[in-house]
Design a protein around this ligand. Structure first.
Ligand code: GDP
Length: 193
């Protein structure tokens, strides 16, 4: 049961609901300014910051979701600027069962960094971590420097999910997080439920 080792915390039975609840740790990874904090702000609070300057230090937000009538909590971690110093610690990745690898479709270099982020993720977490490649800022059509087909092809070659999002106009933001959580839940169901 490898997946069980990667579950960060299996929550106790709720006395009222008599259902098992799970908490999944999901990490946001990628170069600076690709929109990690804003994807999380949009998903968890439906907010957007045009000029966000993220504070240094790890932050996370817990988001409740319902899957097949069961409550699942996604604990989503944001590097909050650590990556600027190439100093994302192993503690950040530890126990993650899901990851969103984010690049900015208007900055080619952020797409080219993805391989390095993927290596780092696999070094510090379990290879079974459910990973979504996310091309963010899809609203900036005129400045696009990465074709969707390139993201799709890279994702396919590495066995990742792929989606393009916009934290600005909300496009596909929920879908990006929900697909990861649903897949983790489905793997877990096949193994233990
Ligand atoms: P992080 O460093 O990866 O957490 O990136 P931030 O969330 O701080 O975003 C960096 C900059 O990109 C900020 O100025 C955001 O307002 C902007 N940004 C983030 N997501 C989007 C998006 O989907 N579209 C556009 N146009 N700008 C975005």
């Amino acid at each position: 049961f490898t997946i069980i080792n990667t579950i960060w915390l299996k929550m106790a039975f709720s006395s009222e609901e008599q259902t098992e609840n799970y908490l999944f740790k999901i990490v946001l990874v990628g170069d600076s300014a690709v929109g990690k904090s804003n994807l999380l702000a949009r998903f968890a609070r439906d907010e957007f910051y045009p000029n966000s300057k993220s504070t240094i230090g790890v932050e996370f937000q817990t988001q409740k979701m319902e899957i097949n009538g069961k409550e699942v909590k996604a604990q989503i971690w944001d590097t909050a600027g650590q990556e600027r110093f190439r100093a994302v610690t192993s503690a950040y990745y530890r126990g993650a069962v899901g990851a969103l690898l984010v690049y900015d479709i208007t900055r080619r270099q952020t797409f080219e960094s993805i391989g390095r982020w993927l290596n780092e993720l696999y070094t510090h977490s379990d290879m079974n971590v459910v990973t979504m490649l996310v091309g963010n800022k899809s609203d900036l059509k005129d400045s696009r420097r990465c074709r969707p087909s390139e993201g799709k092809a890279f994702a396919k070659s590495k066995g990742l999910f792929f989606i393009e999002t916009s934290a600005l106009d909300s496009s596909n933001v929920s879908a990006a997080f929900q697909t990861v959580v649903r897949e983790i839940y489905s793997i877990l169901s096949r193994k233990v439920l």
